[in-house]
Design a protein around this ligand. Structure first.
Ligand SMILES: N[C@H](CCC(=O)O)C(=O)O
Length: 282
């Protein structure tokens, strides 16, 4: 009895954390896991055949997230981080009751951090996240006196996935998205999409010095560390190498992500029925 329960504890602690996003955005969360939880093993999934998520309906997001979580459970992960604000805004509450694995989203940790920073908060997000008002609701639950402005930024994710971060056109687009927020004299800006911290140098150069930037990736990983402690699931052993998987073209993902990972990742393909993966490899 004692032996088998201790074996099971060890197995659970050593089990990987699942992290998923539509593409390379979740790497901003992965980077935080490497910093804050260096002993954890990770399985990273990017649903690249079906991105961008930010222009999808809630029904589509629920279907995709359901498929990904089913796959994650098959990989025997001990916890999942939805490293995607769009999924967190549109699907987290619903899937949490359907799946037994603990699932963390980015909205609440991001909202808490924003409220701790300022009183005039701007949120840049995908159109679906902005339309859902998820950040506004979460912030007002904590402090109804804080003012919140949200801007949907449809062009950012395609530009980042196409590796056009340093393209002057990207800076032009960023300027137009920030303009209505700067007109409101915001004191805090939330990256309401996990892709956007990849644009940090561009965005920083367009913001007045006093505006604080909030990256929910930092705070969802703080919440993850607390959850693992609470569940007794923190890994005290050495981690295994990160496994990367995508639904689209593995070479495309590898070549875009190398700049953030510092090495070319080996990338597996997961074939979901409705994913049209050939689009990205042609
Ligand atoms: N990075 C994701 C998804 C972006 C997209 O695919 O549109 C998010 O935080 O919302």
């Amino acid at each position: 009895m004692f032996l088998s329960s201790s074996f099971e504890d060890n197995f659970n602690q050593r089990a990987p954390i699942g992290i998923f996003d539509s593409g390379v955005g979740g790497l901003t969360v992965l980077r935080q896991v490497y910093r804050q939880l260096p002993n954890e093993s990770i399985i990273y999934f990017g649903d690249t055949a079906r991105l961008p998520y930010g222009i999808r309906s809630q029904a589509e997001i629920l279907q995709f997230v359901g498929e990904i979580l089913t796959w994650m459970e098959q990989q025997r992960v001990k916890l999942v981080i939805m490293a995607c604000n769009t999924s967190s805004a549109l699907a987290l509450e619903k899937v949490r009751v359907e799946f037994s694995v603990p699932i963390l989203g980015t909205i609440l940790p991001g909202a808490k951090a924003a409220v701790a920073c300022g009183k005039r908060i701007g949120v840049i997000a995908t159109p679906a996240t902005a339309k859902s008002n998820a950040f506004r609701h979460a912030i007002h639950e904590i402090d109804p006196n804080v003012q919140v402005w949200q801007v949907g930024c449809p062009e950012f994710v395609p530009l980042i996935e196409q590796n056009r971060i340093h393209d002057p056109y990207t800076a032009e687009v960023a300027r137009s998205y920030l303009e209505p927020l700067l007109e409101q004299d915001i004191d805090t800006l939330v990256y309401g999409c996990t892709h956007y911290p990849h644009l940090a140098p561009v965005l920083r150069s367009l913001l007045p010095n006093g505006v604080k930037l909030v990256d929910p990736a930092v705070h969802v990983v703080v919440a993850c560390a607390q959850e693992l402690d609470l569940l007794g699931l923190k890994n005290t052993h050495s981690p295994t190498p990160t496994r990367f998987a995508v639904s689209g073209c593995p070479q495309q993902f590898a070549s875009t992500s190398v700049q953030w990972l510092g090495c070319v990742p080996k990338v597996e393909v997961v074939d979901f029925a409705s994913a049209v993966s050939h689009l990205w490899c042609d």
